[in-house]
Design a protein around this ligand. Sequence first.
Ligand code: BGC
Length: 733
Amino acid sequence: MNKKNIVLVLVLIISLSNITSQSIPVYLDEYKRIDERIEDALSRMTLEEKTAMIHAQSKFSTPGCPRLGIPELWMSDGPHGVRMEFEWDTWKHAMWTNDSCVAFPALTCLAATFNPELAHEYGKALGAEARFRKKDVILGPGINIYRTPLNGRNFEYMGEDPYLASVMVVPYIQGVQTNGVAACLKHFALNNQEKWRGHINVEVSDRALHEIYLPAFKAGVQEGKVWSVMGAYNRFRGQFTTHHELLTKKILKEDWSFDGVLMSDWGSTHDTREAALNGLDMEMGTRTDGLHYSEKNAYANYYLAQPYLNMIRSGELPESSLDEKVRRVLKLNFRTNMDRNRPYGSFVTEEHFDVARRVAEEGVVLLKNQQNFFPIPVGKYKKILVVGDNADRSLTVAGGSSELKVKKEISPLQGLIEKYGNENVIFTRGYTTGKSKWNPSVPDTNKSDSLRQQAVALAKEADVVLFIGGLNKNYGQDSESNDRRGYNLSFGQDKLIEALLNENKNTGIIIISGNGVSMPWVNNAQAIIQSWYLGSEAGAALANIISGDVNPSGKLPFSIQKRLEDNPAHHFCALTYPGDSVNVHYKEDIFIGYRWHDTKKITPQFAFGHGLSYTNFQYGKIRTDKKTYQKDETVKLSFSLTNTGHTDGAEVVQVYVGQAGPSLPRPVKELKSFKKVFLKAGESKTVDMELSVKELAFYDDTQQAWVVESDRFTFYCASSSIDVRNTITLYIK
Ligand code: BGC
């Protein structure tokens, strides 16, 4: 090319780029910074358009700004799969034929894996499903802390320990958001019971708030960089949590610098002024209050709709409060459906089923295993009797908003038949529970005696009996908007289990639930498995564990108490749970779960962090790089871990730390680090763990700050919160 032509080409490029930059408005120009694009879009919008963006237009969407080409935002439940489609404005399933998803195991199971890498894979696969289904926000993860085993929604959450939940939630969020789909941390905050959730007022200390109930949210915001958060239904210190001066305005937005969208739970907004000024960015709901269907409660009359507009027009509320919300919603658009580079997602793929199966396999917890009852290798027995309703019941349906319509769900019975052969497996139900549905169901009691007798008669003849029961996501059985009514198993299951154990000693018990249950038969049973709502691959995963094709490595993400009264929320009086219908007082304060058991010297039935394997692990002596650390340093621990058995397996090594003489009461020890280590039979590895001294802080409510005190600290290397293998004493200066 000669000089003249080069000049011509250059002139052409410059004028073309001028034309493009002139014709593309700043908010659509992908070469511009997001902040600039947001300000530009905002400046083009009318007051009405801005208000429309911040409240629902249908059950699961907001309208965007059609005139400017800013798309609607679409949301879907829930934490462990992409929910089926709904009609625009009712809770009726829309009956589409292309919305059957992969059900991933519920989050108790994910927590029980103690495997953050798996949490990332889980989030990534779930986000891809959501993206393919054209969702911009997936309404999960749920990370409210397991305070009482009666909370109907614990199965959607990650257990009793704030550290475990924090470590597991971050990669989940990051995994989801790699798809250009927002995760939504819920329910912020203190929604630890379903009973009276719409109005109950939680009274809890600052210490418990910061040490127990907020850390997982904080990690999700600050480390996971979550793009959205959902408020909760309940009150805290007299004010609704969804638009709370301390929780949402001060802590979430100011202290933690959350830069995403705070949306309400469905119908959890109660006041325009508070919503406008305390940080709520988007109002969602089933009509305004989640209860009433009337003209008055139509979307246009939401607290953040016409009433807000009126108050801005009259000067009662500043327009700047609205602009701030719209900026955040626009940012969510730019992060999701206005990012042209986001992937397209994928749906019901083999890879997703594979993730679901691996999470299930790694999450199942072997609680007890005398005389090596498990594993049961293929070919060992000819007559395997399976008893129990959960063996062939769909456990992906029901439960409330996390219900799923699935492409495939392998039931435990199907998994066992596929593993051991149809000819070797007999099934009998043993008890009835009624249909899978949200409303109270009354099983047919006439039948239960005869079903039990039939099961016991068959047990007599069987080589081995596998009982598969537990809870089932019906009303009062692990389900949204209601709690369990008691700690016992329902539907006569305890009686049935006793009878089976008496008839045939060779009986193994498999409990499927999202909560701990009482086990009055525990001493009679030689083998117990704690399983979860495992999703699409439930039966395959469970059969792999039972047969020994997979060695169990799950650990309990909560303590299972012997009696309900051993749980601190049930130790004091009804005011600590469920409350007096107006207030609930968390009198146990920071001492929940194992923190309570350690302090009060109560032996749980099964401890937090407990879970057996088909092999054994030996822990070597702990070494550290020094004995005394400064407050800005990192403790480096190392010890050897040996698989001393004949089976490959994984151990979750847990490091708990306790302070010798704190100025405020502290738990005997708290989980501060963990690692899942895979070892071949006979293999030995050096395990290195690092723990920043900052992690040893407690929340001093008088100073309103996290404090590390100079003191002596004991580091416990443990296989569960009560199975301590080695300790070392270190000093912090
Ligand atoms: C639940 C939320 C859920 C929402 C939308 C509410 O009742 O509490 O967790 O995301 O409904 O289904």
